[in-house]
Each structure stands twice: as structure tokens, then as C-alpha cells.
Design a protein around this ligand. Structure first.
Ligand code: ADP
Ligand code: MG
Length: 315
């Protein structure tokens, strides 16, 4: 473990609201986390918990209603000068859930992968651009003869490879992957995950990875934030989270992960989470560092209880 990791992205008390007045919906609030250079930091939570909302706030697709988003040391939420926005749109790339919907159906693969290069003039000559695109094609496992084909001629997995090529050819510092394998066939999910891992190892990329599937998150992540109902309830390193979940919601979520061994599965206990167990009327909760690098959303009374349980485990 690094002692002083370089922080690429940090969110401080971020909230995002959709709509206005009577129809206003605060989709996420009190969002706090840091992402370290070169790591995969995952957001995991049920559908509707606010994962994509956080991604959109990071990408500047949707405004925050409060809090601060810092990227490489500079604040990036709120109104930005056009030049800074343009630079950010290259440095932070996105890989979408649905590669079918996110690719321009009328454009060839060559154009789709080149689009960012054109927009940012990231090539010296036409030859140089072609070389970059061909290299990228090979890196994601597509063939040179597929260069002038259209998205509909590809399978879902291949289309996601095009989406990855289009994002990574920009040499981003941060890649936001919003459920990048959820729409793909089971049989090819691992291939796409491994491709993302390969790029990370080769390029030192930093990922904000979003998923609702815990086994995927366990496989890909260095650290994980569990989100429920627009709030981050727990943040920890992957193995720490899976072996010592502290927040009752995390415990419930983990208890519902299927166990492949039928014998073990028989003894597995499903934990049910009851949100009414918390009493936050006067003793207010916040994200507390219970163990080094292990944060839990709790109030003073719960913090004392969790610490007591941990002391019991240690003793
Ligand atoms: P997730 O990605 O975890 O499934 P989202 O971030 O998409 O969750 O949604 C979080 C909450 O915000 C949900 O209640 C959703 O209905 C609401 N929401 C998302 N996008 C919008 C929008 N554009 N307008 C209004 N409400 C939205
Ligand atoms: Mg989503």
C-alpha cells in the first residue's frame, strides 16, 4: 500500500439535485471520496442509488448543487472557462454502458475512433492519425480490415471495444466507466474487464468504475465505495470491505452475493437491511474513518458500537 498516494480526483460534500422547486429531487448528497493515481475506485449500489449522477457531476454533464469536485488539484465543478472545459473533456474520458446507443451509427469505426484526435488536433499528419488508429484497433483486439465498417456490423462486445478505443486514444488521466459490461453477454464480460485492466497496467490509468454487480467490483477494484439512496455508506480497500463490512447495508449487500459452492450456499445467511434502525434525529451522521482508510457513514452512538465490535474481534 502506498503511504502518500497522489490524488487525481476528490469529491467533498457533493450534492446533485434534479429539477426545481416542488419537483426538486436531491439524487446524491454528502458525497466524499478521493481517487488515487493509477487505481480503480468503484462505486457500487443498487439501480437508482445515484451512481450515474456522480459520474455526470465528475464529467460536468450535470451541475452540482453544493460541494467541491477537484481534479488534479483544481476545482472543476461550477462554471469553467471554455478553455479549461475543453482541456478537461480530453483528460477525463468516459466508457458507456450501452455501446450500441453511444456510437454514431452513420460513422465508420475509423471516424469514431479518430473523432477526438480531430477535435484536439492530436496528430501530425494524416499518416500519423492512421497509424494511431490502427495501433489502437490492434490494442483493443479489432482487425485492420474492420476499420471502414459501421457499428451495426459488430457484436456488443466488439462495439464496447470500439468505445474503449475511442476513449483511450485520447490518453486520458481519468476514465469513468459507467457499467461498461452490464449490457454485454456473460461470456464476453471477462474479456472486456481484462482489456480495461491491461490498459491500466500499461498506461497507469486511473478508473472511476461503476457497477451494481459485487463480484465484478471485487475483481476489478482497488477500493470500493458503497452507495445507498444517494449517500456513500462505506469506503474501504476491496479485500477489507469484503472481509470486514461494517455498515449494515454493506453487510446485507454482501450477504446476497451468490456463493458458487452449493454446500457453503446452504449455510449462508441472508442479512436484511432495515433503514429505520438508524436514529439520526439529534445525533447526526457523517463519514467516519473507523479504521485507517476504512470509512463508514454513522453517528456518534453507532461509531462507538462499531468500534466496540472491532475491539471484540481483535481481542
Ligand atoms: P444509478 O446510476 O445508481 O442507477 P442514477 O444516478 O441514474 O442512479 O439515479 C439516481 C436518482 O436520480 C434516481 O432516483 C433517478 O430516478 C434520478 N434521476 C436520474 N437522472 C435524472 C434526471 N435527468 N432527472 C430527474 N431525475 C433523475
Ligand atoms: Mg446508472
Amino acid at each position: 500500500m502506498q503511504t502518500n498516494p497522489e490524488i487525481v480526483l476528490s469529491l467533498r460534500d457533493v450534492a446533485v439535485t434534479y429539477g426545481e422547486g416542488k419537483n426538486a429531487l436531491t439524487a446524491v448528497q454528502h458525497v466524499n471520496f478521493d481517487i488515487h493515481k493509477g487505481e480503480t475506485f468503484s462505486l457500487v449500489g443498487e439501480s437508482g442509488s445515484g451512481k450515474s449522477t456522480i459520474a455526470k457531476a465528475v464529467l460536468g454533464i450535470h451541475d452540482t448543487s453544493s460541494g467541491v469536485v477537484n481534479f488534479e488539484g483544481a476545482q472543476i465543478n461550477g462554471k469553467l472557462p471554455a478553455k479549461q472545459r475543453h482541456a478537461l473533456d480530453r483528460k477525463i474520458q468516459m466508457i458507456f454502458q450501452d455501446p450500441a446507443a453511444s456510437l454514431n451509427e452513420r460513422a465508420t469505426v475509423d471516424y469514431i475512433i479518430s473523432e477526438g484526435l480531430y477535435n484536439y488536433h492530436l496528430y501530425d499528419s494524416e499518416e500519423d492519425r492512421e497509424k494511431k488508429v490502427r495501433q489502437m484497433m490492434a490494442e483493443v483486439g479489432l482487425l485492420p480490415e474492420q476499420l471502414y465498417r459501421y457499428p451495426h456490423e459488430f457484436s456488443g462486445g466488439q462495439r464496447q471495444r470500439i468505445g474503449i478505443a475511442r476513449a483511450l486514444i485520447m490518453q486520458p488521466d481519468l476514465v469513468v466507466c459507467d457499467e461498461p459490461i452490464s449490457a454485454l453477454d456473460m461470456s464476453i464480460r471477462a474479456q472486456v474487464l481484462n482489456l480495461l485492466k491491461k490498459f491500466q497496467e500499461e498506461e497507469g490509468l486511473t478508473y472511476l468504475f461503476i457497477a451494481h454487480d459485487l463480484s465484478v467490483v471485487r475483481y476489478i477494484s482497488d477500493r470500493i465505495a458503497v452507495i445507498r439512496h444517494g449517500r456513500i455508506v462505506e469506503v474501504a480497500e476491496t479485500e477489507e470491505l469484503f472481509t470486514h463490512p461494517i455498515h449494515p447495508y454493506t453487510q446485507a449487500l454482501l450477504s446476497a452475493v451468490p456463493v458458487p459452492d452449493p454446500q457453503l450456499a446452504q449455510h449462508k445467511q441472508l442479512i436484511v437491511y432495515d433503514p429505520s434502525m438508524h436514529h439520526y434525529e439529534t445525533d447526526k451522521p457523517s463519514l467516519v474513518e473507523i479504521l485507517p482508510g476504512h470509512f463508514v457513514w454513522c453517528n456518534k452512538a453507532e461509531e462507538a458500537k462499531y468500534r466496540g465490535e472491532l475491539a471484540g474481534l481483535a481481542g
